[in-house]
Design a protein around this ligand. Sequence first.
Ligand SMILES: Cc1cc2nc3c(=O)[nH]c(=O)nc-3n(C[C@H](O)[C@H](O)[C@H](O)COP(=O)(O)O)c2cc1C
Length: 350
Amino acid sequence: MLLKKRILRYTPPLLHKLLRDAYFSVKLLPCYAYDYKRFLSYSGLNKSRDSKTERAARITLFYHQVEKGLSLASPRSGFGMTVIPGLLDDVDTYLADYGISEPATNAIAALFNYLDYHERIGHPVDFVRGRLFSILDKHHIPLDVARLWHGGVLPFTRAELSMARNAGFKSFFNSRYSVRQFAGGVIPEGDIRSAVELAQKTPSVCNRQSWRVHAFNDAGQMERLLAIQSGSNGFGHQASYVLIVTCELRKFLGIDERYQPWIDGGMFAMSLCLAFHDLGYGTCCLNWSKEPHDDKAMRAAAPISPSEQIIMLMAVGTLADEFNVARSYRPNVDHCLSIHSACIEPITGK
Ligand SMILES: Cc1cc2nc3c(=O)[nH]c(=O)nc-3n(C[C@H](O)[C@H](O)[C@H](O)COP(=O)(O)O)c2cc1C
């Protein structure tokens, strides 16, 4: 300790910086190597592994694309044909391997919604209809049973949503949906400030509050940012604001905090969605799970400090009188909850 103090006292600050940089660049490597190995081993990157969980995730991802498409103000006729044939195949084999179960049932429900929509607009989607009915036949699923499954879109009115918002916390929380059709118009800057101010109540690691929000309302600028993000086709142009939520990396002081920006930033973003919901606006989180070239493109397009980590984008807009939202079904709580009870000693007689 004494030696360290002496070295620090008698050497120039620039050397300290260089030595610390060298020290941490070596110390960080095994941590990233550990994370790298875990992600490589356990994520669904490698389709050849194809476990039940990975297959279920793929079905959810693709049927949700169908739901998302249906929740736009004007879904394009015949949309989704880059994913639907593969989705139908995945549903078929999932039912064969695991029986009639979620999320295959949710996918079937979403595809029925897809058929209903196309019937309403008079655009035949015979391939989807034929394949879907042959899957039901093959797995002996009665039509009236399949029709009861959850998937697709839910219709809402602004008035219904407003009532649900004011009916207690559970109803408030459950009535927040990702909105993918906005009525347009201006959101006062004061409302953006109020929502961000409320979201500042989000807990964060040792109260570091690393979050930052960059709010854009210029149509041209929003279009540029959304084009780089690429997940808001069909609705991004109706947003009144596009937000970029970031976290300031300078607020994180230890190697063990290397993923904290995503945690604190993600929690903050959730609060922000709820704050906008409370104000009567719709939001849609827009993912920033990107590779470096997109991150660089976003930094070139938006005035974000290099020390800020982009967490996600968010489209914020006004609600129409009537609109659809993707149902985004949630399974039974046992899918995500494991209670590891204390071991209770059996009571024995004396
Ligand atoms: C981090 C994050 C990124 C998301 N990215 C997108 C996106 O790029 N485009 C989109 O339409 N929805 C996006 N969503 C919305 C999800 O699809 C949605 O939250 C999910 O289906 C649950 O539905 P709900 O928000 O209505 O409850 C994103 C959500 C989160 C949390």
